[in-house]
Design a protein around this ligand. Structure first.
Ligand code: CUA
Length: 380
């Protein structure tokens, strides 16, 4: 009887929780209202079965409780009951699967006029690419991936010259236009997920997956990685800014294309060599390249050493040797993170695509958080 009461409390509590919960899904900001309908159908079907099955158990526990003199009767088969249960279960499972399959089929069939957006996932950051004026994404190959060419664009393919490269975790999109999202990974499994768009898709290394959606509300939405992809997974975040067409066009015009990034890789990225600019660039690189996923600047523990007081410090390696953290040490570490292993830290730092100018900027930024920036040694 205690179990019957407990089950009754669970059923009533679950229904009340659903009605009174403050945790509703985020407001929809894309054309995928069908996703929400599918979720509702799933919730209703599973909810009805949950309530019905538990109430049936409560009823049997009460109806067939032990009574003096009563005897259990054995009924080997009840064809009518079996048929009824098979039909009911079949209807339930079809109601669970069919809407999802229908919506998914539409989800991976973008309209012809959809704008192309490539999302590149890498430990632990997001990059984006647009097709440019010709409407075509240039060919890529892993052979071409380098610090200057993180997308691996084929230099021989003229179609890639006008591709707009967004080496940043924030991307802008025009409102009301269908977007076909093509997903690539540089290293391991990732998953691009923007809850407000009801859109997500696994990113499998070596293949291109896709989906489409139409952003319907202006705003800044957080994109997250929804597939455990290593130590920095929780901080693998990006942003999608949805704005009107004119604002979007102006933003695109400010981005580098493959042609301009190849023509002046350092000048375009580094700008004037003033110290303040280098510091600002270093700060934005720490964000866009995902360094902040593992390195804090406030001294708190992270996956990697905090940058507070790092510069100028004597670091101990796992083999017991020590090394002073100076320009050379940091440069060498960024270029080849697997060459040394610092005591107390897992050897998980990925090799990040950075050119010399960018490494200098990052160095200036790390230095600014050093133990005593004023006495930091001048350039060798
Ligand atoms: Cu990428 Cu988790």
């Amino acid at each position: 009887m205690v179990i019957a009461i407990a089950l009754l409390v669970i059923v009533v509590g679950s229904v009340l929780f659903h009605l009174l919960t403050p945790w509703w899904s985020t407001p929809l900001a894309s054309g995928w209202a069908e996703m929400d309908s599918t979720l509702h159908i799933t919730l209703v079907v599973t909810g009805v079965f949950f309530v019905a099955i538990n109430l049936f158990v409560v009823y049997t526990l009460w109806r067939f409780r032990h009574r003096k003199g009563s005897r259990a009767a054995y009924q080997p088969e009840n064809r009518k009951l079996e048929r009824g249960l098979i039909v009911l279960t079949t209807i339930g499972i079809v109601a669970l699967l069919a809407p999802g399959l229908k919506v998914y089929a539409r989800y991976v069939q973008p309209p012809e006029d959809a704008m192309l957006l490539e999302v590149l996932g890498l430990q632990w950051q997001w990059h984006y690419r647009f097709a440019g004026a010709d409407g075509k994404l240039g060919a890529t190959d892993t052979r071409f991936v380098s610090a200057q060419n993180p997308y691996g664009l084929d230099p021989a393919d003229a179609g890639g010259r006008d591709d707009v490269l967004v080496l940043n975790s924030e991307v802008h999109l025009p409102m009301g236009k269908p977007i076909k999202v093509l997903l690539r990974s540089h290293d391991v499994l990732h998953d691009y997920f923007v809850p407000q768009f009801r859109a997500r898709m696994n990113i499998v290394p070596g293949q291109v997956s896709w989906f489409w959606f139409t952003p319907t509300k202006a705003g800044r939405y957080e994109a997250m990685c929804a597939q455990l992809c290593g130590m920095g997974h929780a901080n693998m975040r990006g942003f999608v800014v949805v704005e009107d067409e004119a604002a979007f066009k102006a933003w695109v015009a400010r981005q580098a294309t493959y042609a301009t990034s190849m023509a002046a890789p350092t000048a375009a990225a580094a700008g004037p060599a003033a110290a303040g600019d280098a510091l600002a660039q270093g700060r934005s690189l720490a964000q866009s390249k995902g360094c902040v996923a593992c390195h804090t600047i406030d001294g708190s523990a992270g996956v990697g050493p905090t940058w507070k007081g790092l510069y100028g410090k004597l670091e101990t390696m796992t083999d017991g040797s020590t090394a002073k953290v100076d320009d050379e040490y940091i440069r060498a570490f960024i270029r080849d993170p697997k060459a040394r292993a610092v005591r107390g830290f897992a050897q998980v730092m990925p090799q990040i695509a950075l050119n010399d100018g960018e490494i200098d900027a990052l160095l200036a930024y790390i230095k600014s958080h050093g133990a005593d920036p004023a006495s930091a040694p001048v350039q060798r």
